[in-house]
Design a protein around this ligand. Structure first.
Ligand SMILES: [Zn+2]
Length: 86
């Protein structure tokens, strides 16, 4: 079986899907998809602080092909503040 490859929306580096963090977007709500199998659009980011810190709404808008409401921006802040070991 081929390993799925995805691209980080921040640094544009390609990596195995399993090594990236998936951000899910459904019904105008962003969430972190730790198992990587939620329905909806997904964007991938390297699972490291340097890329997570650089996620912007612009990155996400491009990845989700939508204009994400600013009020949901808090998910990005949550991600940035998240303990990466969780
Ligand atoms: Zn990256």
């Amino acid at each position: 079986m081929k390993t799925p490859i995805r691209t980080c929306i921040v640094c544009r580096k390609s990596a195995e899907k399993s090594s990236l963090l998936r951000i899910n977007y459904k019904n105008h709500i962003l969430s972190v998809d730790k198992k990587g199998n939620k329905p909806g659009r997904g964007a991938y980011v390297c699972n490291n602080v340097s890329c997570i810190k650089k996620i912007t709404l612009k990155n996400l808008n491009r990845a989700m092909k939508d204009n994400i409401d600013n009020k949901y921006n808090y998910i990005i802040e949550n991600l940035r503040n998240d303990d990466m070991d969780n």
